[in-house]
Design a protein around this ligand. Structure first.
Ligand code: MN
Length: 419
């Protein structure tokens, strides 16, 4: 039986709407009293892989304890998919209702209540790239800031546009974000002012984690690209729109983006998402040969953003889907390396804001409130054009098919006032 089998059941009880059924088996890093450990998750329980190793439950898999007793997943991921997939399959067998490995009696040694364990940044991120791959998002931004008749720049339908971001400020879900300060030009032609960002925004994105390197000077052909993708997480690319507007010409975003990005702690493997593949949008004009792909390379993953004001209840402000992406991950990776750029294990590539076709599916406040011209009403009587101090922004995501629901866990952060 395969880990993805919809009929698989576990001896562990969990809610049917959990993000983490037995068919998920994600990977993350838990912070234990004696250090960090590679973990997985089922329902409300975290699974300690070091404990499973010590119990001998990874026998016949060529893995060492040091790869599991580790602050990051990089060493584990570097073992390669044949090994990491066998670990995932073995965990599914350990948790299976048939319990052929006789693991249930040791449950107290390897299961931890998720609420009692702090999760840490899952990978040591060497490099981070942010793409701009949603046609709807690029069109909305083009309409707002340039010309609605020529919303997409001439290169957009030919190149998966991206920029190199900053990895040092990517933080795990749950950590607060301090409102950035910076230069802003309040009106066209005026002198810039300095102060706290007044147009703080989220960007609803997904990120893939590179699982296999390519040597400098070589490229990853598009047909091999998915072998180089370990898995996916939710990603909020926090953006200071007023700082961005003033600084972005001619080299693109800088201080408006590098103060923080929030990533979810669990990496959902590409294998766990296999049943949720869908065909992407038709690409017209035809793309260059190195970007041509075969098969279903998009993924049907429901995405949602909510805002919780400091003293009020959480409110959904957007519902989108990862399937809307114009450029898929294989195209992004093929393009990223076509010049010989080397990708390393643990590198993060984010999708860019994922907007859908309708206003309730836009992936940023910039679009939802249309540059501040259509503020949205909150349940506590306040309005939002951008994010206020004290607001907690949460992204969530799940794929669902044949009774199996694979979710992504928390990706949230609270905004603290500027220093
Ligand atoms: Mn972005």
């Amino acid at each position: 039986m395969n880990a993805n089998d919809p009929n698989r059941k576990s001896w562990i009880e969990y809610n049917s709407n959990t993000d983490f059924p037995i068919q998920n088996i994600p990977f993350g890093i838990g912070k234990f009293e004696d250090g960090y450990r590679v973990c997985s998750r089922i329902g409300d329980d975290v699974i300690d892989l070091v404990a499973l190793y010590e119990l001998g439950l990874f026998s016949n898999i060529s893995i060492q304890k040091s790869q599991l007793q580790n602050q990051y997943l990089n060493d584990f991921i570097s073992l390669g998919k044949p090994i990491t997939n066998s670990v995932r399959e073995r965990i599914a067998d350990i948790l299976d209702v048939n319990d052929k490995l006789d693991a249930k009696k040791f449950r107290e040694l390897f299961l931890i209540n998720a609420e009692t364990l702090e999760m840490s940044l899952p990978v040591k991120i060497g490099d981070y790239t942010d793409f701009y791959s949603s046609r709807e998002h690029a069109t909305n931004v083009g309409c707002m800031f340039r010309d609605p008749k020529n919303a997409l720049l001439p290169n957009w339908l030919h190149i998966p546009v991206g920029y190199h971001g900053r990895s040092s400020s990517i933080i795990v879900s749950g950590k607060d974000v301090i409102r950035p300060k910076g230069q802003q030009q309040l009106s066209e032609g005026s002198m810039p002012v300095f102060g706290p960002c007044k147009q703080l925004d989220f960007e609803l994105e997904m990120a893939f984690i590179v699982g296999k390197q390519n040597v400098l000077g070589t490229n990853i052909p598009i047909e091999n690209a998915e072998e180089h993708i370990f898995g996916l997480s939710l990603f909020n690319d926090w953006s200071a729109r007023d700082i961005q507007k003033w600084e972005y010409v001619p080299l693109g975003p800088f201080l408006s983006k590098n103060f923080a990005s929030t990533i979810s702690p669990w990496i959902i493997t590409l294998e766990a998402l296999d049943s949720f593949r869908v065909f992407g949008p038709n690409q017209d004009p035809e793309v260059l040969p190195y970007l041509k792909y075969q098969g279903a390379k998009n993924f049907d993953i429901n995405l949602e953003v909510s805002i919780k004001p400091e003293n009020s209840t959480e409110q959904v402000v957007s519902k989108s889907n990862f399937k809307y992406m114009y450029w898929n991950m294989a195209q992004q990776l093929a393009h990223h390396t076509i010049n010989g750029c080397n990708m390393n294990v643990g590198d993060v590539c984010a999708s860019g804001t994922i907007s859908g076709p309708t206003p309730d599916s836009y992936g940023s406040m910039l679009e939802i409130a249309w540059k501040g011209t259509k503020p949205i009403a909150m349940k506590d009587g306040t309005t939002r054009s951008f994010i206020h101090d004290g607001d907690t922004v949460s992204l969530s995501g799940f794929a669902e098919k044949n009774g199996v629901r694979i979710g992504f866990g928390d990706c949230k952060a609270k905004i603290l006032p500027a220093n």
